[in-house]
Design a protein. Structure first.
Length: 135
């Protein structure tokens, strides 16, 4: 549509909007997990068993909670953007695998799958001009 064709020149603004929205939501999503302590971290980290990793679930859970919380902040400001996107895509892949393996179905797993693809795509695109990683 010709009316929207000129929006292409605002690519960096679009990336900023995505970074702000996704970053804030992941900080809000991960923070309660981070504060949940070892019991919650063990439950979260237990999802690694679905890919055959059964040792130190508390460490995996803490890593996932920290990745969501601090990764969300780094996405927001655009620092270490690509590595954080890859870590968050991996975290979402584990979450989706867990939901699908426990019989929760595609409806429950869809959020993790969708956001995982967003992070994977953003890893290729980069953080844009309005970021600390600005290149």
């Amino acid at each position: 549509m010709a009316l929207l064709a000129s929006l292409g020149k605002y690519r960096n603004t679009g990336l900023l909007i995505i970074r702000i929205g996704i970053g804030i939501m992941f900080m809000l999503h991960g923070y309660p997990k981070l504060l949940g302590g070892p019991e919650m971290w063990t439950n979260i980290g237990g999802a690694m068993k679905y890919i055959g990793i059964t040792f130190i679930p508390v460490a995996w859970g803490l890593a996932a909670a920290a990745t969501e919380t601090f990764g969300g902040f780094l996405i927001l400001i655009g620092l270490a953007f690509r590595p954080v996107c890859v870590l968050l895509a991996f975290t979402m892949a584990i979450a989706a695998t867990m939901h699908l393996s426990t019989g929760d179905g595609l409806t429950t797993a869809s959020h993790a799958i969708e956001v995982g693809f967003v992070f994977l795509g953003l890893a290729f695109i980069g953080s844009g001009k309005y970021s600390i990683d600005k290149k």
